[in-house]
Design a protein around this ligand. Structure first.
Ligand SMILES: NC(=O)c1ccc[n+]([C@@H]2O[C@H](COP(=O)([O-])OP(=O)(O)OC[C@H]3O[C@@H](n4cnc5c(N)ncnc54)[C@H](OP(=O)(O)O)[C@@H]3O)[C@@H](O)[C@H]2O)c1
Length: 269
């Protein structure tokens, strides 16, 4: 498989169905250690449950302890793996607290195989002219700055494993500007930039591979807030995106780096 240019958007035709099916094996992520942010709800919750069911030790990060505990209980009850809960407000994450997090993971596991940077805030749907500066800062902190701090702190642990992966989470409004999407859209443009810059730096110096996934419209609390008039049943559930996440976290995806994937091109149900 040849390596496409960083920033390329690939579709189903570029990836054989075989590879996606392989990723659905019940031991596809056996023994991997994977951090998921925003693991208490929506796509992050589906990802944490899915990775654990494929054999991964999952580190659950999110801001609402009760939601994380519910995911923890479900993983304990249905898999052989032992998750860890780390309640963290990513709006407050600093270089120091990210380093503490990395230290804790190193002490427990000695390495990291996957970092899925999924947590985000939607912020306000409002014009730039009227956008509240405080909301702007929170959205930038959670969606972008925390991803930078976590990446910087956890990269050495990803380098310590055989096939480290970082999956950033983007959005269609992070590729082409759209009115009233404010800080959310701008944070996603920047996320694409962070991913591409890092991918280029790692391409010839590391086995760590980095990607963006754009889930596209998906049935979650954030989607309902962004489109209050929409019937949720008309958009896919988070679970249907999981084969693509699994594939990108597996050694099979090693030839790919720096790509922005549209999850809707890979729906399996
Ligand atoms: N759903 C879609 O249609 C769609 C489309 C394109 C892109 N995306 C992207 O997909 C990702 C997941 O979105 P989603 O739809 O699953 O959203 P969601 O249901 O709102 O879940 C977001 C998660 O992020 C967590 N989070 C928010 N602020 C946080 C903070 N300050 N500290 C720690 N955790 C925080 C939330 O925690 P709490 O539950 O505790 O608040 C929640 O678990 C996001 O990056 C989003 O931009 C989604």
């Amino acid at each position: 498989m040849t390596q496409p240019e960083p920033g390329t958007q690939l579709s189903r035709t570029d990836l054989t169905l075989d590879l996606l099916h392989q990723a659905q094996n019940s031991d596809a992520l056996a023994g991997q250690v994977i951090v998921v942010t925003g693991a208490g709800d929506g796509i992050g919750k589906a990802a944490a449950l899915d990775f654990a069911s494929a054999g991964a030790q999952v580190v659950l990060i999110g801001r609402t302890q009760e939601k994380l505990e519910a995911v923890y209980d479900q993983i304990e009850a249905t898999t052989q793996t032992e998750p860890i809960i780390l309640p963290l407000d990513l709006n407050e994450l600093t270089t120091e607290s990210a380093q503490e997090l990395a230290h804790g993971i190193e002490q427990t596991y000695g390495r990291l195989d996957g970092l899925v940077l999924n947590a985000s805030l939607l912020g306000d749907k409002m014009s730039i002219a009227q956008y509240p500066p405080k909301v702007w800062s929170s959205v930038m902190n959670v969606n972008l700055n925390s991803a930078f701090h976590m990446t910087q702190a956890l990269l050495p642990l990803l380098e310590a494993g055989p096939n480290g992966r970082i999956i950033f989470t983007t959005s269609s409004v992070g590729r082409e500007g759209r009115a009233y999407w404010g800080a959310y859209a701008v944070s996603k443009f920047a996320t694409e930039g962070l991913m591409q810059t890092l991918a280029d730096e790692l391409q010839n110096t590391s086995r760590v591979r980095v990607h963006c996934i754009n889930p596209g419209g998906t049935r979650t609390g954030m989607r309902a807030k962004a489109y209050p008039g929409e019937d949720p049943q008309t958009v896919p559930s988070p679970e249907v995106h999981m084969p693509l996440y699994r594939y990108l976290l597996s050694p099979n995806s090693q030839p790919f780096n720096g790509i922005s994937w549209d999850a809707r091109d890979f729906l399996t149900q």
